[in-house]
Design a protein around this ligand. Structure first.
Ligand code: ADP
Ligand code: MG
Length: 334
């Protein structure tokens, strides 16, 4: 259960084509993340799958059945939004049971499902509270609980953690990943945050202006970005990108090298430069190095701490084996 295929799915709002025809397969049990900059069509694509928007063209199949014209409630999918949309006057128990009450499900079965969901989400002790008496993370769990009790073929999440503070986001990220391991249900998760995508996904779909730029596992995208957009989008801090003689020398229009694939030395190396700003994270230090003849500063990762000061002379040596080469259209050169 939970295999979803999109075939030539397209969406236009009036004259504006937001999603040009697009093909995508989401396998049963997969955790798929749609990632891309704001406005690239992630929510629209999710809403098309949910049935909250009608497709302009193409076909959506869920477990082999054509679902293109099936109303949202009949698709067997459950959506979790950024705003939790809980009923403030209802207890946690009633909020979670809400879709089951609407479906007039047998009371004993309702209780069984709510109890099971609360246990999975560590909400057992909070079932009689109102949403106002819960923390942000707990409220988000109630919203997820309300999705779980429907026992959907797939969960659809639209930026569910964007309202939470940084520490809580990391915690909830782990909880959702853990939930996926336990339930083994298909999950489609939308975010603009590439770190969320990298840490949670089995498969990442990188979108730009409604186009799929690349589909692959997090490490596929990290090690083999198909084009400059993916190369620049995936990875933090970003891949260093250089044009000019250094690229031409390597038969490319642009070369890319990640901060951890550059060796830093005070005595010798391929590129001479000066230390600019350093970011000390304790575990790592990121040096921004201004190299002779290179326009932007290069980011270099060094493990732990290194005693270098602003303005010091250094040499950088990129690992040529780890170098990415792109042509003048921004496409990877094999
Ligand atoms: P994302 O979720 O990636 O930030 P959206 O899917 O919300 O992007 O939006 C993609 C594009 O579609 C944007 O340019 C947005 O303005 C446009 N759009 C979204 N919904 C509508 C709508 N109901 N009517 C017209 N344009 C819309
Ligand atoms: Mg959105």
């Amino acid at each position: 259960m939970g295999r979803i295929t999109l075939e030539k799915v397209r969406k236009a709002f009036g004259e504006v084509e937001v999603i040009p025809p697009l093909d995508l397969t989401i396998e049963e049990g997969e955790f798929v993340v749609f990632v891309g900059p704001s406005g690239c069509g992630k929510s629209t694509l999710l809403r098309l799958i949910a049935g909250l928007e009608d497709v302009t063209g193409g076909e959506i199949r869920i477990d082999g059945q054509d679902a293109t014209a099936v109303p949202p409630a009949k698709r067997g999918l459950a959506m979790v939004f950024q705003s939790y949309a809980l009923y403030p006057h209802m207890s946690v128990r009633k909020n979670i049971a809400f879709p089951l009450r609407m479906a007039k499900m047998d009371r004993a079965e309702q209780d069984r499902r709510v109890t099971a969901a609360a246990s999975v989400l560590n909400l057992t002790d909070y079932l009689d509270r109102k949403p106002g008496q819960l923390s942000g993370g707990q409220r988000q769990r109630v919203a997820i609980g309300r999705a779980i009790v429907r026992e959907p073929a797939a969960f659809l999440f639209d930026e569910p953690l964007s309202n939470l503070d940084a520490a809580l986001r990391v915690g909830m990220r782990l909880e959702i990943s853990e939930l996926h391991k336990r339930l083994k249900t298909t999950m489609i998760y939308v975010t603009h945050d590439q770190v969320e995508a990298m840490t949670m996904a089995d498969k990442i779909v990188v979108l730009r202006a409604g186009h799929i730029e690349q589909v692959g596992s997090p490490l596929d995208l990290y090690y083999n970005p198909r084009n400059l957009f993916v190369a620049g989008f995936i990875g933090s801090p970003k891949m260093n990108l250089l044009t000019g003689p250094e690229a031409e020398k390597r038969g490319a229009h642009t070369i890319g090298i990640r901060p951890e694939h550059i060796a830093l030395s005070t005595t010798d190396g391929a590129w001479k430069g000066r230390v600019g700003v350093a970011e000390h994270l304790g575990s790592d230090t990121f040096f921004h190095v201004h190299c002779d003849g290179v326009q932007d500063s290069m980011t270099v990762r060094v493990g732990g701490e290194v005693g270098l000061n602003y303005g010091d002379s250094v040499y950088l040596s990129p690992d040529e084996e780890r170098m990415h080469r792109f042509d003048d259209r921004g496409l990877r050169i094999a």
